[in-house]
Design a protein. Structure first.
Length: 248
C-alpha cells in the first residue's frame, strides 16, 4: 500500500474537549494514542498558521507529516514539543494533557524534537556538545560510550571533535544536533526535515538508523516535504496544506 493510500485525517480525537478541559488529566492510551492533537489552532500574531488540526499517533508507529513550504509543518512540530502554544485545542501525551507545558517538561516526559535548524552550543567543542546532550540521559550507558557511538555514526564529528561547533559547516552542525536522538533515542521522536543540509550518502546511513530506532520501539513523527522522502520508514502519512490537514 502506498503512503498516499495510507493517508487519513482523524476526526475521532475531536471528541475530547477543548483546552479549557484541563481538569481531565488522564485518558487511556488505547483511546487517544500515545500522542493526540485535538482541534489545534496556532497563530503568529494575527496570522493563523494551523487550523483545527486533529490526529493521533499510536505507540510504535512512524507517522509522516508532509507538505510544501509554508504548509505549517515546522509550526506543528513546535506546538507538539512546547515551543509555541496553541490559541485553542489540546494535546495529550501518554494520556496527560501537555497543552501549554514548556519544552523542558515535555522533553522530560520522553518527547524529543530534532528541529529543522541545528541546535548546538556554538562556543563549545563538538565533544563538549555531545557530553552535554548525553549528560541528562536516562539510559544506563555511560556518557563517554554515547559520545563514542556518535563518532561511530558520524566519523566526521570525530575528526572535528576539538573544534568549536560554531565553526562547523551546516551539514556537520546538523549531524551534531541529530547525534543525540539517534544514539540515545527518546520514547517519542519528532524530526523536522531530517534530510535538510545532508549529503545523500550520509542520509542513507541516517535513514537506516531511523529504521533501527523504530524497530526498537520509538514512536515517531517525521516531517518532510514529500512522501518519497519518508516512504521507506513511515507507515502512514498526513498531508498539510496552508495549515490544514487535507484528506486522501
Ligand atoms: N515566527 C513566525 N512569525 C510569523 N509567521 C510565521 C512564523 N513562523 C512561521 N510563520 C508562518 O507560518 C506559516 C507556516 O510556517 P512553517 O514554518 O510552519 O511552514 P513549513 O511547512 O515548516 O515550511 P518549510 O517547508 O518552508 O519549512 C508560514 O506562512 C510562515 O511564514
Ligand atoms: Mg519547516
Amino acid at each position: 500500500m502506498s503512503l498516499k493510500q495510507k493517508r487519513f485525517t482523524d476526526g475521532d480525537a475531536r471528541s475530547y474537549g477543548g483546552s479549557e478541559n484541563n481538569s481531565v488529566k488522564l485518558i487511556s492510551e488505547s483511546t487517544i494514542g500515545v500522542l493526540s492533537l485535538n482541534r489545534i489552532d496556532v497563530f503568529y500574531g494575527k496570522y493563523q498558521a494551523l487550523f483545527d488540526v486533529s490526529f493521533k499517533v499510536q505507540k510504535g508507529e512512524a507517522l509522516a507529516i508532509t507538505g510544501l513550504n509554508g504548509a505549517g509543518k515546522t509550526t506543528l512540530t513546535r506546538v507538539i514539543s512546547g515551543l509555541v502554544q496553541p490559541r485553542s485545542g489540546c494535546i495529550y501525551f501518554n494520556g496527560e494533557n501537555i497543552t501549554g507545558m514548556r519544552i523542558e517538561k515535555i522533553n522530560s516526559r520522553g518527547l524529543d524534537l530534532i528541529p529543522d535548524r541545528s541546535a548546538v552550543f556554538n562556543s563549545l567543542s563538538v565533544t563538549e556538545n555531545l557530553r552535554i546532550f548525553f549528560y541528562k540521559t536516562k539510559s544506563n550507558t555511560p556518557v563517554e560510550e554515547l559520545v563514542q557511538r556518535s563518532f561511530d555514526l558520524f566519523p566526521r564529528l570525530k575528526e572535528r571533535g576539538n573544534h568549536v561547533a560554531g565553526n562547523l559547516s551546516g551539514g556537520e552542525q546538523r549531524m551534531l544536533s541529530l547525534a543525540k536522538a539517534l544514539v540515545d533515542p527518546p520514547e517519542f521522536l519528532v524530526v523536522d526535515e531530517l534530510s535538510m543540509g545532508l549529503a545523500p550518502r550520509i542520509l542513507d546511513e541516517i535513514w537506516k538508523r531511523i529504521e533501527e530506532i523504530k524497530s526498537s520501539g520509538t514512536t515517531m513523527l517525521l516531517v518532510e516535504q514529500y512522501s518519497r522522502d519518508v516512504e521507506k520508514v513511515a507507515s502512514r502519512e498526513i498531508r498539510l496544506e496552508k495549515g490544514q490537514i487535507v484528506g486522501s
